[in-house]
Design a protein around this ligand. Structure first.
Ligand code: PMP
Length: 439
């Protein structure tokens, strides 16, 4: 990666070769068998079996090239942090150290700081969730919550039902616990309940142990769709009739562009739902603070699992977020983010309509992502090196499927580049697609 710093290689060729190398690195880390592997890594025969499924994600391998300034990256899902009030955050951080440093820099409770858990209860209220602070477990981002839920529920061979497509980071966690993901199709209204029930009944009749449904109901990553209210009711009805746990991963709930969020699944059923939230998209991911709300017995296991993994979540991060929520107009800041992302979503959709009318795509009502299906059966992964040469990057759709499908689709993120850069990125993407169609 460091062989081609962007300052010395702004041209197309190094970008293309770096893209090829990124692909090769992902491929080689996926399989290090036999003698060759032993030469590269003396511990190759020593690793636990679960590491066989830990492969570099396509997104990670891509970041090195996509982050170059000459590339318009529609790939990463990074929140636009230049919009944050950095001076106010610097000031409150200094205040915490000066006034409460001995506590804020100390180990804390495994379940999380009580003051922050009380505030999280308020943050969830617009979604209709009526939780008690004791119901909340603070985690190191919702990513750790995904890991903890998997750790307490999944044995090798267990099945997780998940939308097709699904958040790549969750698929990685499920794989690392040697679970199998069975996909359930979604459309513009989210997960299809009839398909969910069919899959659940079929798998259980085959003797498969289906442990939970994993779903991102709001502004889905990567599909950009939201589960309708009617379908929320239908999914919970299935969960109750078939005794199915639902893992509701919900970091984008407050980033809807059109009014109030829909009621969370957890607000409609406290017994069957584990709800995950995060400050990563509404404030800043660098604090690594998220949370889980779970039925009592599940929550106790989550806390034990978390204590054994990390002892306690970041004390300083929790103090900083608690202070920010208490002293800053955080809701106003979420509104600033919403307006910014709405403008960028509009820019992306307008550019797609103008330049790529042959493709089909979703129309997100919030969040960061558009899911696009290429025309003419084009393969998004095969096209990527040529797109990067054309100075635009995206994430190929296959990354979001556990079953090798999704190859004709891709994810576009509009959260970070400006509206002008997004329009330019889509022009570049369209030109690559048109070249491919002509070959
Ligand atoms: N779930 C989803 C659907 C996400 O998109 C992300 C971040 N991209 C996460 C979980 C993890 O977020 P964090 O750990 O920063 O809270």
């Amino acid at each position: 990666m460091s062989q081609h710093p962007s300052s010395t290689s702004p041209g197309d060729a190094p970008v293309a070769s770096a893209a090829a190398r990124a692909g090769a690195a992902a491929a080689s880390s996926a399989s290090v068998p036999g003698q060759g592997g032993r030469r590269l890594d003396r511990w190759v025969g020593t690793y636990a079996q679960r590491t066989a499924s830990m492969t570099a994600s396509e997104i990670r391998a891509l970041f090195a090239v996509a982050n170059r300034p000459e590339v318009v990256s529609l790939a990463g899902g990074m929140p636009y942090l230049p919009a944050l009030p950095l001076d106010a955050i610097a000031e409150l951080s200094a205040r915490i150290v000066a006034e409460k440093g001995a506590q804020a820099l100390q180990y804390g409770s495994g379940q999380g700081e009580e003051r922050l858990r009380e505030q999280i209860v308020e943050v969830m209220r617009p979604q209709g969730i009526a939780a008690h602070p004791d119901d909340v477990v603070v985690t190191t981002g919702s990513q750790q919550a995904l890991d903890l839920v998997s750790r307490i529920f999944l044995d090798p061979g267990d099945v997780v039902l998940a939308e097709a497509p699904s958040y790549v980071g969750a698929l990685g966690v499920f794989r690392s616990y040697q679970a199998q993901v069975e996909h359930v199709p979604l459309d513009h209204d989210g997960l299809q309940p009839a398909a969910l029930e069919e899959a659940l009944v079929r798998l259980r009749s085959q003797g498969r142990r289906v442990k939970f449904l994993y779903t991102v109901p709001n502004h889905h990553n990567p599909a950009g769709v939201t589960l309708s209210l009617e379908r929320r009711r239908a999914v919970l009805d299935i969960a109750r009739r078939h005794d199915l746990l639902v893992l509701e991963d919900d970091p984008y709930a407050l980033l809807g562009f059109d009014g109030d969020p829909l009621p969370a699944l957890r607000s409609m059923d406290a017994e069957h739902v584990v709800h995950l939230g995060s400050f990563s998209k509404t404030f800043a991911p660098g604090y690594r603070v998220g949370w889980a709300v779970a039925p009592h017995a599940v929550r106790e296991k989550l806390v034990l699992a978390s204590e054994s993994a990390i002892l306690c979540p970041t004390s300083f991060g929790q103090f900083a977020i608690a202070e920010y929520l208490a002293t800053y107009d955080w809701k106003g800041q979420v509104k600033v983010f919403r307006e910014l992302y709405r403008e960028r979503r509009d820019a992306l959709l307008a550019a797609l309509e103008a330049h790529l009318p042959q493709a089909t795509w979703t129309r997100p009502a919030g969040g960061f992502y558009v899911w696009l299906t290429l025309p003419g059966g084009l393969d998004a992964k095969a096209m990527l090196p040529r797109a990067v040469t054309g100075r635009v990057a995206y994430v190929p759709g296959g990354a979001f499927y556990a079953d090798g499908t999704g190859g004709h689709s891709l994810r576009l993120s509009y959260c970070f580049p400006t509206a002008e850069r997004i329009a330019e990125g889509v022009r570049r993407l369209a030109s690559v697609v048109h070249d491919e169609l002509e070959v």
